[in-house]
Ligand binder design. Structure first.
Ligand code: HEC
Length: 144
């Protein structure tokens, strides 16, 4: 539980910094940031539900997880090109460790697919913890 709380706090901080960024001009960079932004928006709603800021709704939670899964499947494709932009937070290590980066994207998709089984506030909390862990596992290494 404590670990989940920490991960949630980390994510909220992350969502706030994301919103404050200026727009990247490079369309490839914009595309990948938009994909991440949508993952972030859906995750934010799951976190709010997990924290009790919105009512628990298993169907909605599963739908949000489904959207994260669908976007996670797009991550390797939108990051494939080593595009640069002053507003990008992507580390160059992505392209020198491509297989590892792709594996971390697959891990996010797997966590989102597992979250498709949410049926109680407890399972929502566990799923949010797993998802947050997958965000962190990639951001720690590949996001500046
Ligand atoms: C496989 C790696 C990977 C995973 C997994 C991942 N991210 Fe990201 N994320 C990145 C990278 C790299 C960037 C920086 C992209 C850039 O600025 O070019 C980023 C950027 C972001 C941004 C900022 C978007 C913007 O507008 O600039 C948000 C928000 C975000 N991620 C949320 C999340 C959340 C929430 C999760 C988990 C549910 C997650 N990410 C999982 C790699 C990942």
């Amino acid at each position: 539980m404590r670990k989940t709380g920490f991960a949630i706090a980390m994510l909220c901080a992350l969502a706030t910094t994301g919103a404050a960024l200026a727009f990247a001009m490079n369309p490839d960079v914009r595309k990948r940031q938009e994909t991440m932004g949508l993952i972030g928006a859906n995750m934010k709603r799951l976190v709010e539900m997990a924290k009790g800021k919105s009512a628990f709704d298993a169907e909605e939670a599963r739908a949000l997880a489904g959207k994260i899964s669908a976007k996670a499947a797009l991550v390797p494709g939108v990051f494939e090109k080593p595009a640069h932009d002053p507003e990008s937070k992507a580390s160059d290590e992505i392209w020198t460790n491509w297989d590892d980066f792709a594996a971390r994207a697959a891990a996010l998709k797997a966590a989102a697919d597992a979250a498709g089984g949410i049926d109680s506030p407890e399972s929502l909390g566990a799923a949010v913890g797993q998802l947050a862990g997958a965000c962190k596992a990639c951001h720690t290494r590949y996001k500046r």
